[in-house]
Write a protein that binds this ligand. Structure first.
Ligand SMILES: [Zn+2]
Length: 81
């Protein structure tokens, strides 16, 4: 079984490595290493003006890190829970 890392936004195990700038297919958050300790910070890098806190709120509400990502996201697979 391969070990995967939890996406800091949606919490599913979709990432090959932490902070590797990979795009999470479930919520479309790009993992730039932002975590709980600095979740409120807006880094203005790969996730634009989205802070991790905001992305989590969006995911809880609509199922994607931002409503504009909804066309791209997919449901988590059972192996990612
Ligand atoms: Zn995610």
């Amino acid at each position: 079984m391969e070990t995967r890392f939890r996406c800091p936004c949606c919490g599913y195990r979709t990432l090959e490595a932490p902070g590797a700038l990979a795009l999470c297919p479930v919520c479309w958050w790009e993992d730039d290493g932002q975590e709980d300790s600095d979740a409120a910070e807006v880094r203005l890098t790969v996730n634009g003006a989205l802070s991790l806190d905001e992305a989590r709120e969006h995911y809880a509400r609509c199922g994607a890190a931002h409503p504009r990502f909804l066309p791209y996201v997919r449901k988590p697979q059972t192996t990612e829970l």
